[in-house]
Design a protein around this ligand. Structure first.
Ligand SMILES: Nc1ncnc2c1ncn2[C@@H]1O[C@H](COP(=O)(O)OP(=O)(O)OP(=O)(O)O)[C@@H](O)[C@H]1O
Length: 354
């Protein structure tokens, strides 16, 4: 990705979004006194649940945007609001600049079928249909002819690694394979955005890892925009270009994995990321210092600015000398043992200097 993603117009632009469940929900966002309450106090006062509260963010073109949080933090409600599977209480949502909240039924159908396809945890496959017909189903609904949809389905089936299983029925597949069918079905309609609602949480860890790799690979190959819900921090860190961390209906921090792990916004986030192996998330860019002299710029192993601290530790240990951080043939800094250890120890840059 050569062009910085934030220079492009967003796919989704969400502003001051609220979803309140309960009696006379509409008054909550409009009443500052109620809007400021914690979910527990709001429930006690009004009987309402503030599932999503005053949330604003952009989903940038080509990124994997992860919505992460514990159970009940509002992830599913938030993502379902994007295509109005759940009707928001207030706020605004645009897709490619088009107002989602003013779309009529036909336009909404088009949005869900063509532009923002959802991959669910319970993939809802049709049990009596073969893999290929399940994958082609979305195209069938769109009125695409049989030959054309079969050709497209075959292409996508191959892409997600289901070759040879085309004629099986879902009941004859493992959980991971079924999830691949769900993924292929969403991909078949070639949506602008894929929305994943905890798609892998029912899978066992090894298969889950496989599916994560699959998503990373698909994303690398196609650059498709993805919104991914998970309550699993490791999954979020593996997949996310950026992560929105939710708590009680609000986004408490939105940033890259490195920002979230390296500069937690508050105690809650700090606690959340406490056990993350920092050297696998933080990059050399965080740990490097300016070059001291010409000799330093010309010796030592070379590492890229976005290499992980873990890989720089290996390079430095092998060479027994600081590493040069090379960006497009130019030495932009140096990382040494002390700085790398400081990252592992969770000391800030100031901590290193001191
Ligand atoms: N239809 C509904 N009516 C009332 N309250 C609801 C409804 N749907 C969700 N909620 C409440 O809204 C809050 C957020 O729920 P949501 O399902 O969005 O959370 P989540 O982060 O996706 O949780 P999980 O990881 O368990 O799926 C919860 O307190 C939930 O009980």
């Amino acid at each position: 990705m050569t062009e910085p993603m934030d220079k492009q117009p967003p796919v989704f632009a969400v502003r001051k979004l609220w979803k309140v469940f309960g009696p006379r929900a509409g008054r909550v966002p409009d009443t500052p006194e109620l809007a400021a309450l914690s979910p527990a106090d709001l429930r006690a006062r009004t009987g309402c649940t503030g599932a999503v509260q005053d949330v604003s963010f952009d989903v940038r073109r080509g990124e994997v945007f992860v919505v992460m949080g514990l159970s009940g933090s509002g992830k599913s409600t938030l993502v379902r609001c994007l295509t109005r599977l759940i009707e928001p209480t207030s706020g605004s949502i645009a897709i490619d600049g088009e107002d989602v909240l003013s779309m009529d039924k036909a336009r909404l159908r088009e949005l869900r079928r063509h532009r923002a396809a959802m991959v669910f945890q319970h993939f809802g496959l049709l049990p009596h249909r073969s893999v290929i017909d399940n994958v082609a189903y979305g195209l069938e609904i769109q009125g695409v002819g049989r030959a054309q949809r079969r050709a497209r389905a075959a292409e996508v089936v191959a892409k997600v690694g289901l070759d040879g299983l085309e004629h099986r029925r879902p009941g004859q597949l493992s959980g991971g394979q079924q999830q691949r069918v769900g993924l292929a079905r969403a991909l078949a309609v070639d949506p602008e955005v894929l929305l994943f609602d905890e798609p892998f949480s029912a899978l066992d860890p090894l298969i889950r890892r496989d599916m994560q790799d699959e998503v990373v690979r698909l994303h690398r190959e196609e650059g498709r925009t993805m919104v991914f819900i998970t309550h699993d921090l490791n999954e979020a860190l593996r997949l996310g270009d950026r992560i929105a961390l939710m708590r009680d209906g609000r986004i408490v921090q939105l940033g890259t994995p490195e920002e979230i792990v390296g500069s937690p916004a508050d105690e809650y986030v700090r606690d959340f990321v406490r056990d993350v192996p920092r050297e696998q998330v933080m990059t050399v860019r965080t740990a490097m210092r300016p070059v001291a002299d010409a000799a330093e710029a010309e010796s030592g192993p070379a590492v890229a600015p976005d290499a992980t601290v873990a890989s720089a530790i290996e390079a430095v240990a092998r060479a027994g000398a600081p590493a040069r951080v090379m960006d497009q043939g130019r030495c932009v800094g140096v990382v040494d043992q002390a700085a790398l250890l400081a990252v592992v120890a969770g000391l800030s840059a100031e901590g290193v200097a001191a």
